[in-house]
Design a protein around this ligand. Structure first.
Ligand code: 4YB
Length: 455
């Protein structure tokens, strides 16, 4: 792995100045041009008051300006906080005070509440380029977790953590100068930032093409990170002419049938298990017939304690940021208790589900992911969730919410014999479009609320 003695973009601008750093459908920038553009924007923002220790929130779609803003904030020495453009205004108002945000940049159509000074992308050619010295252990980013209850927490990562995350993935997958990775997941999520840091670590090309269907955005790309539903949709469309070589999957259970279909088309699939707290991928393997996620990548350690996955390693966040303080989230030995249920099968980790999702039906424990895994095998099911509903007789009963095209009676007849009686869904619903929320995952809480409202 490269050991950087300077900001990665300046390092590559020096060593491979003419290689392509960034590509959009309209333009491509070499490392030299990218470094220059970052200098100009960082100079303008420093004049506007963005200095080391400031917090700068970014809110926008995955466009070139967003990536440029992300890197320029870092070069000013400020903390960058990428936020989902879809965050509801009332949540934003409750979240922002704890994040200590001084400035905000947002793409067209978005705005900031009072108290945040808006920044514009207007590069400055005057003044010296704003560039504090590169220090790998400096706090760089705050990334919101997608917790099921309460306010999201902000995991604080150093540059060292992001680069350790990249190093682990790049020790498994072949990704070099000549390759290009599509920014196929949002920058406000670790999965999107993981892509940026892999491109920076390898000196490879980052491709930004957000305003078009995925198969078009992938034109000329060798690599992409996808959640399973994105790959399902891609496989249903026209794959002709795709140059995609490698796909890193993650974020949710990865059905082996999905990776088998993609591999048959010549796409190498990598099954990952990652978390916000670990700056994305922790375990990964080349896809095979088993639904496991392999073993920890270089620099990560894993333990199973009472079925719970415990993790530690170099990509871990320094804590959760709260009102200017870092709140530790590990035990005294540095382990993060993930609340994921795992087990080892044939020398690899299998994720069974979230401990917090377990519910009781007539005295029997139900792990909803066990039922979802069976549903996902059915060829007519794209995505399935199982959530509890209150029930007078049993306390709680499972209900299935499905995206797919198989009539429910047919699905029920196929599913029921494969499950214990208490696991059999009491009702089925079609997944409504409104629950997507624009993020990479559909929140289980929003599905539970929606289902409760149907009774
Ligand atoms: C899983 C899971 C799995 C996570 N099976 N449950 O770069 C990557 O690694 C990447 C590539 C493609 C798509 C996503 C990614 C990610 O980073 C995902 C990271 C993520 O999902 N972080 S999260 O904080 O939003 O959620 C973490 C939780 O997600 C875990 O604690 C698990 O419960 C679940 N999860 N990968 C089953 N393969």
């Amino acid at each position: 792995m490269t050991s950087f003695d300077n900001w990665p973009w300046h390092y590559w601008a020096h060593h491979t100045p003419h290689s392509i750093a960034l590509r959009t459908p309209a333009a491509q920038w070499s490392w030299r041009v990218l470094a220059q553009r970052i200098n100009e924007l960082a100079a303008a923002w420093r004049q506007a008051g963005v200095t080391a220790g400031c917090g700068v929130a970014l809110r926008g779609k995955n466009r070139l300006e967003l990536v440029l803003a992300y890197l320029a904030v870092l070069q000013c020495g400020a903390r960058v906080i990428p936020l989902s453009p879809q965050l509801p205004p009332d949540l934003l108002v409750r979240l922002l005070p704890g994040l200590n945000i001084d400035f905000g940049w947002c793409g067209a159509d978005f705005s900031w509440p009072d108290g945040i000074s808006p920044l514009a992308i207007s590069p400055s050619s005057v003044g010296s380029p704003a560039r504090i010295p590169w220090q790998i252990n400096r706090l760089a980013t705050l990334t919101l977790t997608s917790g099921s209850s309460g306010l999201p927490k902000a995991a604080a990562h150093t540059f060292a953590a992001h680069l350790a995350s990249a190093e682990g993935v790049l020790s498994l997958m072949n990704f070099q100068h000549r390759h290009s990775w599509l920014l196929s997941l949002p920058l406000y999520h670790v999965s999107g930032q993981g892509i940026v840091w892999r491109a920076l670590a390898a000196g490879a090309t980052l491709v930004v093409a957000d305003d078009m269907p995925l198969e078009q955005a992938l034109a000329g790309c060798s690599h992409a990170s996808l959640v399973p539903t994105q790959l399902w949709r891609l496989l249903k469309g026209d794959m002709a002419g795709l140059s995609l070589q490698d796909v890193l999957l993650g974020g949710a259970m990865i059905p082996p049938d999905l990776t088998r279909q993609a591999e048959a088309l010549g796409i190498r699939c990598w099954c990952g298990y990652g978390l916000t707290e670990f700056a994305s991928t922790v375990c990964a393997k080349r896809a095979d017939a088993s639904p496991g996620v392999g073993m920890p990548l270089t620099g990560r350690e894993l333990r199973l304690v009472d079925d719970e996955v415990w993790l530690r390693g170099g990509s871990i966040a320094s804590g959760y940021w709260q009102q200017g303080r870092l709140i530790p989230f590990t035990d005294s030995d540095g382990w993060f208790h993930t609340r994921d249920r795992g087990r080892f099968v044939d020398g690899e980790l299998h994720i069974s589900g979230r401990l917090d999702n377990l519910f009781i039906c007539g005295g029997e424990g139900i792990q909803p992911e066990d039922i979802e895994r069976v549903l996902a095998i059915h060829p007519g099911v794209r995505q399935a969730f199982v959530v509890p509903v209150a029930d007078e007789e049993f306390g709680q009963r499972p209900v299935a919410v499905v995206e797919g095209d198989t009539p429910f009676e047919q699905l029920r007849a196929w599913l029921d014999p494969q499950l214990a009686p208490w696991q059999r869904p009491a009702a089925y619903f079609m997944l409504p479009d409104t629950l997507g929320g624009g993020g990479i995952k559909i929140s289980r809480r929003s599905i539970m609320d929606w289902v409760a409202a149907q009774f």
